[in-house]
Design a protein around this ligand. Structure first.
Ligand code: TMP
Length: 208
């Protein structure tokens, strides 16, 4: 099973995915946790290039290609092998982030992006995607207290487009997504995540 976490910056995805990993391991599941961009030696190098504050000249298309280069490597090197071993793969962001950030955020053509994503992923899609829902203002406030990277220095209107983009994607494919109100306590959010995963794990296996 392939589960991804999405949401705006500062929505608590990384903490929640780690809590879910602990929960699944304690319950005897074979779990592989990874992240985008990154998750492989090559991908982590690409991540540094993407997030480097000095790379202010990076063009939107360059950015899109780099995210997808890291993604292709992660899928072939880590995700597909883990799925074929029957593991639960948890990924902190995946292709939906490209549609949300590079598509809606940077206003690049969504259909072109989808073709590129399809090339990078070879058609691999998550079975379940959590959207940690938090108003962009609150996400920015939480992020300001944290470290900053090149992608954190966008204005509020960028994050509003990203948020609207996620909601549009969820409306187009509601069976894959679970929306979680990320403004609540860590434990409340975790319990809701666990409930949704249990439901999915006990449902008939998807055909891949
Ligand atoms: P992270 O902070 O969740 O690790 O993600 C790093 C940044 O990269 C975050 O601002 C979202 C952004 N991002 C994209 O813009 N497009 C993508 O395809 C991915 C995976 C991340």
């Amino acid at each position: 099973m392939f589960i991804t976490f999405e949401g705006s910056d500062g929505s608590g995805k990384t903490t929640q995915i780690q809590l879910l990993e602990d929960y699944l391991r304690k319950n005897g599941q074979d779990v592989q946790l990874t992240r985008e961009p990154g998750g492989t030696d090559i991908g982590e190098r690409v991540r540094k290039v993407l997030l480097d504050m000095e790379h202010e000249k990076m063009h939107a298309r360059t950015e899109t290609l780099l995210f997808n280069a890291a993604r292709a490597q992660l899928i072939e090197q880590e995700i597909r092998p883990a799925l074929s071993e029957g593991k639960v793969v948890l990924c902190d962001r995946f292709a939906d982030s490209t549609v949300a950030y590079q598509g809606y955020g940077r206003e690049q053509d969504i259909e072109e992006l989808r073709r590129l994503i399809d090339f990078a992923t070879g058609g691999l899609n998550p079975d379940l995607t959590f959207y940690l829902d938090l108003p962009p203002e609150e996400g920015i406030r939480r992020k300001l207290a944290d470290y900053q990277n090149r992608l954190d220095v966008q204005g509020l209107s960028f994050y509003r487009r990203v948020e609207a983009g996620y909601h549009e994607m969820i409306a187009q494919e509601p069976e894959r997504w679970v929306i979680i109100d990320a403004g609540r306590s860590l434990d409340d959010v975790h319990q809701e995540v666990v409930r949704a995963v249990k439901t999915k794990l006990t449902a008939p296996a998807p055909s891949r």
